[in-house]
Design a protein around this ligand. Sequence first.
Ligand SMILES: Nc1ncnc2c1ncn2[C@@H]1O[C@H](COP(=O)(O)OP(=O)(O)O)[C@@H](O)[C@H]1O
Ligand SMILES: [Mg+2]
Length: 350
Amino acid sequence: MTMRGQVHLASVVKTHGNFHALKGIDVRIEPGEFFALLGPSGSGKSTTLRILAGLDAPTSGRVMIDGEDVTSRDARDRDIAMVFQSYALYPHMTVGENIAFPLEMAGMKKADIGLAVQDAARKVKIDHLLDRKPGQLSGGQQQRCALARAIVRNARLFLLDEPLSNLDAKLRLETRVELKKLQRSLGVTAVYVTHDQEEAMTLADRMAVFMEGEIQQIGRPIDVFAKPNSVDVAAFIGSPPMNLVPARYVNGMVRIGDSDFQTSHSEQGERDVIVGIRPSAVRLSPTGVAAKVELVEHLGDAAVLDLDVHGQRMRARVGDEGIPSEGDEVFISARAEDIHLFDAVTRKRL
Ligand SMILES: Nc1ncnc2c1ncn2[C@@H]1O[C@H](COP(=O)(O)OP(=O)(O)O)[C@@H](O)[C@H]1O
Ligand SMILES: [Mg+2]
């Protein structure tokens, strides 16, 4: 099998009147990748996906699939399958008929359709439901039916726009795992839109972080988590979010509250910075910065502390040993390698 499903968006711009929904998107997605478009609501993820699918035309820029310029090609000639948040199943057709529909449209022979439908339905474990109507299925089963309808076409690219957001929390977790397994076993390229950073972190091989119509960062989830390249990305990824506090950098040190922290930077000089420390990297220690525990959120095997650090609010995630109480005075510290520095003006990583 030749590798297919490679995507290249080049300088893609989309405007609505004066409003720039996309300000120049450049991204390459490799065959077989699970690639997430992650970002807050309104950041341009769905617009990007729709342009890739051919449901919307870019104002400028090009869409390349498998090395071919498909910018002006119709959606139905792009060999792409799309799954949306709403399942968009035909309510008057059975599950089997819904899955068969794209094949009938393509003119496949009846006998072949039957086999293909069985095969696709088995892959998402709804082969026992083929005679039901969508209205007789649970939300999770409806989403599987939509997936089967995508699988059956043997498309080179799967586009998914928040496909799990209508499912309840438990089902969402289960379906997430199955979706990943399914994508692996099909070997198909998946482009997956989500505003849920945890979903992107767990599902994606790589992801692009969208903010206000621009991609801020592209990389493997662990790399983006470890080295966010801006304050905005740092604030968006990780739960609870990274502590971000303004501070003064002086010769490798930053001052927070009444104490100096050693950073992993060694440049001489002074500048205003934003210091980032993940809650899990904040340590309770015998000495360090004085902090007052305002609130303790117990998570069972850990706790999140809300701290007042000389008027700044910070959070710390601590293990279940020695959890302080509300009102306690504690000291906090952080290792130099856990301290992220961002320029106070450009908000870019230093
Ligand atoms: N047809 C349209 N006319 C005007 N603005 C639009 C249109 N479609 C989308 N937008 C705007 O473009 C921005 C990006 O939208 P969208 O790609 O749907 O965001 P996301 O999927 O990241 O939530 C939003 O601010 C949205 O309101
Ligand atoms: Mg959207």
